[in-house]
Design a protein around this ligand. Structure first.
Ligand SMILES: [Fe+2]
Length: 213
């Protein structure tokens, strides 16, 4: 049975244990609404002060400990210290997310951003994406009744029906976004989202992203 567009929904949950709801065919966003602990928050403030190279690397459940240890070690060269609590937090969500991958692997990106990454609302060509804005303004997204999918690729004023109803994840929230590859299984279309505009505000974001294709 073909899924009706208007049936598509997003799940905002206080519980990470409910993340498998993303696999329901009518769900295209699972958002774990949470705050990071004080130790991680303090570390993120420290991280905002430091320039470091963006991280892009393959990750797998089996090798995650070693893969993250390499990143953590390389950060020492940038003067980034006391990162244990942060990597513990990151490790837990990435490990759990990789369960959604058939071969328990994906690609991880971790970086600081001070520009407007993709300011036009869009969907992406992955299967599932884990996304956490650890610091700064979070990803903006649209409920199905607020998006004109026919207008995707044009401009935000055509794509978004009501600017006042644009939703936004908060710093620390952990999102699992369904991408376009999923719809070939008869599931909902990918979640329509964009990066917040920060170029003129002087704000920075620290973002974690893991893609499963
Ligand atoms: Fe995107």
């Amino acid at each position: 049975m073909k899924l009706q567009l208007e049936d598509t929904r997003q799940v905002i949950s206080q519980s990470w244990a409910e993340r498998e709801q993303i696999l329901q065919r009518d769900v295209n966003l699972f958002c774990w609404s949470r705050s990071v602990n004080e130790e991680v928050r303090q570390f993120l403030n420290h991280l905002l002060e430091i320039d470091f190279d963006p991280v892009a690397c393959p990750v797998s459940q089996q090798g995650l400990k070693e893969q993250l240890a390499l990143v953590q070690d390389s950060w020492i060269d940038f003067g980034i210290e006391n990162s244990d609590a942060f990597f513990q937090d990151l490790s837990e969500i990435v490990f759990a997310f990789l369960n959604f991958s058939q071969d328990r692997s994906g690609t991880m990106y971790l970086r600081k951003i001070d520009h407007n990454a993709c300011s036009k609302f869009h969907t992406d060509g992955y299967y599932l994406r884990l996304f956490c804005t650890y610091s700064g303004p979070g990803t903006e997204w649209l409920t199905e009744d607020n998006v004109d999918r026919e207008a995707l690729g044009t401009s935000n004023d055509k794509i978004v029906r009501d600017q006042n109803k644009v939703r936004q994840m908060r710093a620390g929230d952990v999102g699992i976004l369904k991408g376009d590859l999923f719809k070939y299984t008869g599931a909902a279309n990918g979640i329509v989202h964009r990066s917040p505009e920060i170029a003129d505000t002087g704000e920075q974001r620290i973002i974690l992203r893991v893609d499963i294709n």
